[in-house]
Design a protein around this ligand. Structure first.
Ligand SMILES: NC(=O)c1ccc[n+]([C@@H]2O[C@H](COP(=O)([O-])OP(=O)(O)OC[C@H]3O[C@@H](n4cnc5c(N)ncnc54)[C@H](OP(=O)(O)O)[C@@H]3O)[C@@H](O)[C@H]2O)c1
Length: 329
């Protein structure tokens, strides 16, 4: 990573989390092709540098600025270090794509004491966004793109929304309970998008949520090896390519800013008012269309509950020390 400061007058700046593969890689590549200076925020240096090389190689005729910077969302300390290094070097940010995500492949809590899916998919990306908010505001018009999923429709929140009530799900590392975490993270990310839009659209920082679709990407790497070959064949037939999966993020990054009270949720499938769930799951690629999210997103009381509990959880996680949390389960 070079230490020299980037000229603040040169072009628009974007960050894509989890950009070394899958949907994030194609999002970063397309933004670079459009002239953005793109930071690929990845947890693995080798993979991040390789992704930058591939983008440069794939776009030889373009003047490309891509850079890998280290961001491990399973560690709050890494989030803070990333923001400090990014602000020092770039000082402005026009598009933040919260793309990184996992749906398994963990067997113990993170060093911050949380279920890894919960931390990577939700809490750390919220923390990242809030730390970057002053930079986004000072660069306005700016955009936050949150990569959600059709699975947000299956997320279930306890009535009494508190860290204690969420604890059995967000502090578990067990597979059985863990199955509830992915949909929960995507539902909470949708509420976060709505709250951020309501609070910051007036300052020129708009927030949009997307479903990339069912995509044939590395996210399925934790599928049981016995069924992997059949699953791969199935995905090859039915699922979208990672490039198609990046379409909703790219439209969300550049579309006209929505009104303050408008939660925009884009889907890559044809949409209709009659059966939003079915149409949002799988189908032919149709670009990026506005879709109806889970109706619970109309509930502002639930949104406020999610906002409150998110802040409490960030505070709790920030104050935990690594040695203590490594022991807890
Ligand atoms: N694929 C689908 O069908 C689908 C459907 C709906 C929503 N989505 C969402 O789309 C987004 C992108 O997923 P994808 O399908 O492109 O999956 P992917 O190919 O597995 O890419 C996920 C990216 O997230 C990164 N990541 C994982 N843990 C991280 C951490 N601790 N810190 C920083 N980065 C981390 C991965 O890095 P490594 O390579 O180092 O692990 C990778 O770059 C996710 O938010 C996912 O939930 C996907």
């Amino acid at each position: 990573m070079s230490e020299s400061k980037v000229d603040p007058n040169q072009g628009r700046v974007a960050i894509v989390t989890g950009a070394n593969t899958g949907i994030g890689f194609h999002t970063a590549k397309s933004l670079a092709q459009k002239g953005y200076r793109v930071v690929l925020a990845c947890r693995n240096e080798g993979k991040g540098l390789d992704a930058c090389q591939r983008i440069r190689r794939d776009l030889p005729e373009h003047k490309i600025h891509v850079e890998y910077m280290c961001l491990d969302l399973s560690r709050f300390a890494s989030v803070r270090q990333f923001v400090e290094a990014f602000n020092q070097k770039y000082g402005k940010l026009h598009v933040l794509v919260n793309n990184a995500g996992i749906n398994g492949g963990y067997d113990k809590p993170t060093e911050d004491g949380l279920n890894a899916i919960f931390q990577v998919n939700y809490l750390a990306q919220v923390y990242l966004t809030l730390l970057l908010l002053p930079t986004l505001k000072s660069s306005a018009p700016a955009r936050i793109v949150n990569v959600a999923s059709v699975m947000h429709r299956f997320g279930s929140l306890p009535k009494d929304l508190s860290p204690a009530a969420l604890s059995p799900v967000i502090h578990t590392a067990k597979r059985k309970e863990g199955g509830a975490v992915y949909p929960l993270t995507k539902l909470m990310l949708m509420f976060f998008t709505k709250k951020m839009q309501m609070m910051h659209a007036k300052d020129g920082v708009a927030s949009v949520a997307v479903n990339p679709g069912a995509v044939n990407s590395d996210i399925w790497r934790t599928t049981h090896p016995a069924i992997m070959p059949a699953w791969k064949k199935f995905m090859g037939l039915i699922f979208l390519t990672p490039e198609q999966g990046s379409a909703t993020s790219l439209v969300a990054a550049e579309m006209k800013a929505p009104e303050e009270d408008d939660l925009v949720y884009l889907s890559p499938y044809p949409t209709s008012r009659c059966c939003p769930l079915l149409l949002d799951c799988v189908g032919p690629f149709a670009g990026a269309n506005r879709a109806q999210p889970n109706p619970i997103l109309r509930r502002e009381d639930v949104m406020e509950g999610v906002w409150r509990v998110t802040h409490e959880l960030i505070e709790q996680a920030k104050h935990r020390t690594a040695p203590q949390t490594a022991e807890s389960s």
